[in-house]
Design a protein around this ligand. Structure first.
Ligand code: ZN
Length: 603
């Protein structure tokens, strides 16, 4: 006889107060007293979030009898000895409109299981059943449910009973309820839903058509059949927002409504390219990190940090393939792809932190650094997303070169899938390097030592040349110049603009220094992040004109700057520096070889 499942029930009990009620019933609790715990973090987002802080009240009972609950640490409770069945009921506050949390009001409900479902300690392997109920009242009669969780006794997109193989699966299917827009397409036979919440005018047919191409391309990359029975894109469209979180058969996305294509939009504009890139990124994680995982994630330890030095591969390779999948599936042109790639290179070139931190370290310390960035982050941190994606690019070029185009990074992904994805065996810390060497048929130790464990520059120019691409670096035209496009100005004109060495934000109309770069003019003059600059050379300056005032001056010019630090006015002498050559342009070399063309032209 199969062991009784753990039974959960969730109700948005008070949408106006943003409260869910969540029940968990355990047929056979630990007779010594059952422990239950809420995760401290959500897989995919490497930061301790302490979801238990949103539990407003919690009680336990067995039959009609109240069972005493004792809290033993910040997210764990223990019951008095009881012989079950045991029911623990919690009220959970949900007012976090992010892909990592839970959000409830009268318009919709969204939750991640990590925020809601108590883990029954010792019974994590048991099957789970989840009853999802609507809020009470006629106002909610039209609500539906979107999730990739398997239905047990519920109509399609309806309220009722759902099921998961175990706790790990239960918390890996976010759920959206409300009056979202819904469209469905099939990718190699697998049904894929797109549910969009929030006001929008998205062209659902176009979205289905485009996403189908990316999804099918990715399924083909790893090999059919796809590893999931169905998939759901749960999208929250807002005025301004961006974010995504991957799950085994779905993703939760936050986007600006203007990123979505409408029936009258022509072509694929930059905003929509960004949205497609985000969808592609999270979808790629279905293989890379949800099934091919670091050893330490198999299984996740949900009450504490799980350290790995491999996020440069799990996030970096995913970041490489997200846009690459768009060009290879024909959704963007090779030239549009180069523009995106040039921006990634520009971003890395501008990050002084790449000289301080290696990607291995960045990955290991994600919990306290990448996810907790402060004003000094640009000086101290390198992104394992950005640099990781460029390491993937170099590796792809290296493998293509050493195997004369017979193999590529695609083969590394496929081998990882065969060895670790299909088997469920975790990837050891040196596992990616080993498999890359196996595919390349040669030692890559020197490359990896440099790329992963040093702060030396990546051999980008050389690797891009292997792929038939020429890299040029120049000075930025303005703060809004993110690279990727040729400048109409001559190198002399660009080099004649003075550099202040800080990123500014508008604080009301004032100039606030958001980041002050190590070794730059502002830092040398003694200015700090947080300072409010009010005057340059005795004349009041506002945020909107600051950049043009500085750009009109030459490197070497001395400026008298007045700035408030707290409420004290200070004067600084700033000697403008020469601008940095940190903005990237890429172009295809004429007459590329067949091997070179195979990189992005093999749609
Ligand atoms: Zn990611």
């Amino acid at each position: 006889m199969a062991a009784a499942p753990i039974r959960y029930r969730i109700v948005p009990i008070d949408p106006a107060a943003h409260l869910f009620e969540v029940r968990c019933t355990v047929e056979n609790p630990d007779l010594q007293g059952q422990r239950v715990a809420l995760p401290a973090w959500i897989p995919g987002s490497y930061m301790i979030r302490e979801f238990a802080r949103n539990i407003v009240s919690i009680r336990a009972q067995s039959g009609r009898k109240t069972v005493t609950l004792r809290k033993i640490d910040k997210h764990t409770w223990q019951t008095e000895p009881c012989d079950g069945p045991l029911t623990v009921t919690a009220q959970v506050y949900a007012w976090d409109l992010s892909v990592r949390g839970a959000h409830l009001d009268r318009t919709h409900a969204f939750f991640n299981g990590t925020c809601m479902f108590l883990r029954v300690v010792g019974q994590e392997a048991r099957a789970c059943e989840l009853e999802i109920l609507p809020p009470a009242g006629r106002a909610y009669a039209k609500w539906r449910v979107a999730t990739a969780m398997r239905r047990k006794r519920a109509p399609a997109y309806g309220f009722g009973l759902y099921q998961a193989r175990d706790y790990d699966e239960l918390i890996d299917h976010p759920v959206e309820m409300g009056t979202f827009t819904l469209a469905t397409f099939k990718a190699h036979g697998v049904p894929h839903d797109i549910a969009i919440t929030g006001r929008h005018r998205a062209d659902m047919e176009r979205l289905c058509r485009d996403l189908k191409r990316v999804c099918e391309w990715q399924i083909d990359l790893f090999g059919r059949p796809a590893p999931m029975e169905r998939y759901a894109f749960l999208v929250m469209a807002v005025g301004e927002g961006y974010g995504g979180l991957e799950h085994r058969a779905s993703t939760a996305l936050l986007c600006s409504r203007d990123d979505l294509p409408t029936v009258d939009s022509k072509g694929t504009n930059e905003a929509y390219r960004g949205f497609l890139g985000l969808c592609s990124h999270e979808y790629f994680h279905t293989w890379n990190v949800k099934r091919i995982k670091p050893d330490v994630f198999s299984p996740y330890q949900l009450d504490t940090e799980n350290y790995t030095s491999l996020l440069w591969a799990f996030e970096g390779f995913t970041s490489y393939y997200d846009d690459l999948a768009l060009v290879r599936s024909g959704l963007i042109t090779p030239n549009e792809y180069l523009e995106t790639l040039a921006r990634a290179i520009t971003q890395l070139q501008r990050a002084g932190g790449r000289m301080k931190q290696t990607v291995s370290e960045s990955s290991w310390d994600a919990w306290i650094k990448y996810y907790r960035q402060d004003e000094n982050a640009p000086n101290a941190i390198v992104s394992y997303y950005g640099k990781g994606s460029l390491i993937a690019l170099c590796l792809d070029a290296l493998i293509r070169q050493r195997t004369r185009g017979r193999k590529s990074l695609d083969d590394v992904m496929r081998l990882l899938w065969q060895r670790h994805g299909l088997t469920g065996a975790g990837v050891p810390e040196n596992g990616i390097e080993r498999i890359a060497e196996e595919v390349a048929g040669t030692r890559l130790r020197a490359f990896f030592d440099k790329a992963l464990r040093s702060t030396a520059e990546l051999p980008l120019g050389q690797c891009l040349q292997q792929l038939g691409v020429e890299l040029k670096l120049r000075v930025a035209e303005s703060h809004s110049d993110r690279g990727g496009k040729a400048s109409a100005r001559s190198p002399q004109q660009l080099a004649s603009r003075g550099s202040f060495g800080a990123r500014i934000t508008a604080n009301g109309g004032d100039v606030k220094l958001a980041n002050v770069y190590n070794g730059g003019a502002a830092e040398k003059a003694g200015l700090s992040a947080g300072d409010i600059v009010v005057a340059v050379d005795g004349l009041r300056v506002a945020a909107k004109e600051f950049e043009s005032r500085i750009a009109a001056r030459k490197p070497g010019d001395l400026l008298r700057v007045h700035a408030f630090r707290r409420d004290e006015l200070h004067e600084f002498e700033v000697t403008l520096q020469a601008p940095r050559v940190d903005t990237c342009e890429l172009s295809f070399t004429p007459r590329r070889t067949r091997v070179q063309r195979a990189w992005v032209d093999d749609a």
